[in-house]
Write a new protein. Structure first.
Length: 376
């Protein structure tokens, strides 16, 4: 025998069920929820089905406070039927929240129905569940506002598909609040992290280049070389830059493209040739090099220089020459130089090389750079 007789006899439940008053129905619901939660044993299969059926039929006709308590009580147990859980989950948010945040019996299709048809508060409750599947995450991203999406990204137990992550990374270019939680996710692919480098804050740039583990990254040299060749043939280059690139390639073929030549270009104010030469040495598109040159903080230039394994003093010299070319030597640079040299000391060569390789291989960066406002 199950435990039903130990609490309240089935005939008493039937009598309560036949009564029409709020008080009797409230009492019935409370007694049944007590049965679910009893520590004396579990309902047998028949009793569990009976209790779920009775609750499902009575749920519309009990007081709101009783439904709230029922949802709170039943959210953490697995004896509740998915149909009853879904009924509570589709109610007003003060009733639905415990079920949406805690119930493990709700199926993905039931959660998706709530996402599509209920309020933003319901979607928020689902976003912070202990586990969120890829399908549910995709629905949340498609149907929710920024608050819910941010909460979902912050939920370490939410599974987010590769396609959705790519979409969120693209969105983070315009929605700053997505950036840090995305970079904190353990499942963010390193190539997407380096893509985000171009539009995140200085603090998050440092996180990308200093904290992302690149040991497992495998670089395909054939793809890298094919990319480099394609970048050199970029159709959008103007005549001056084409000429500068041609000269840089010729110097590279003779083994004359080096740090000393870069410094000479800057001292002689041959900025186009400097950009073309650094593009040739790194395989990066000239748009990326121009971005690094114009960037006030020097962080992108630091990564590029580190990838070429320039020593600290050589990088400092390049950075100062670039600052002088931008400002005519009028800028106060002591604090800026100290800050960028501190970063340069912390950047690992392998991280810098990985960043540059990702930038070589992803043509989408060019569009991202064009869309960004200039650093000042």
């Amino acid at each position: 025998m199950g435990m039903l007789s130990n609490k309240i006899a089935s005939k008493d439940l039937l009598l309560l069920a036949q009564e029409k008053s709020f008080s009797s129905r409230n009492e019935l619901v409370e007694n049944i929820s007590d049965l679910f939660l009893s520590s004396e044993g579990r309902l047998n299969e028949h009793e569990r089905a009976l209790m779920n059926d009775v609750l499902l039929k009575l749920i519309k006709s009990v007081e709101k406070s009783v439904k709230k308590e029922l949802s709170k009580r039943l959210a953490g147990i697995d004896d509740v039927s998915p149909e009853l859980a879904a009924k509570l989950a589709n109610d007003t948010i003060d009733i639905a929240e415990p079920m949406l945040t805690k119930s493990g019996v709700l199926k993905d299709e039931q959660l998706i129905e709530v996402i599509r048809n209920r309020t933003e508060a319901h979607r928020m409750a689902i976003a912070i569940r202990e586990y969120v599947s890829e399908d549910v995450s995709s629905e949340l991203i498609e149907n929710s506002g920024e608050d819910v999406v941010e909460a979902l990204i912050q939920n370490e137990n939410a599974k987010i598909s590769d396609l959705s992550v790519q979409y969120l990374v693209a969105e983070s270019k315009n929605v700053d609040r997505f950036q840090e939680p995305l970079l904190n996710r353990q499942d963010l692919p390193i190539d997407l992290a380096y893509r985000m480098y171009w539009w995140v804050s200085a603090a998050l740039r440092r996180k990308i280049v200093l904290e992302f583990d690149v040991d497992s990254v495998q670089i395909d040299d054939a793809i890298e070389m094919a990319t480099k060749t394609t970048l050199q043939k970029h159709d959008s280059l103007d005549g001056i830059m084409r000429t500068a690139l041609a000269l840089a390639r010729e110097l590279a073929s003779k083994g004359e493209l080096n740090l000393v030549f870069l410094q000479r270009c800057l001292r002689q104010e041959k900025i186009n040739l400097f950009v073309a030469s650094l593009s040739e040495m790194t395989g990066l598109d000239v748009k990326i090099i121009w971005r690094a040159v114009r960037e006030r903080t020097g962080e992108s230039l630091a990564i590029i220089a580190k990838s070429l394994e320039f020593d600290r003093d050589s990088f400092a010299s390049l950075f100062l020459l670039i600052v002088q070319s931008r400002t005519g030597g009028r800028a106060r640079t002591t604090g800026l130089v100290n800050s960028i040299l501190s970063l340069y000391d912390d950047i690992k060569v392998k991280n810098a090389k990985t960043a540059v390789r990702h930038w070589q291989r992803d043509f989408g960066y060019q569009n991202a750079i064009l869309d960004m406002r200039d650093a000042v």
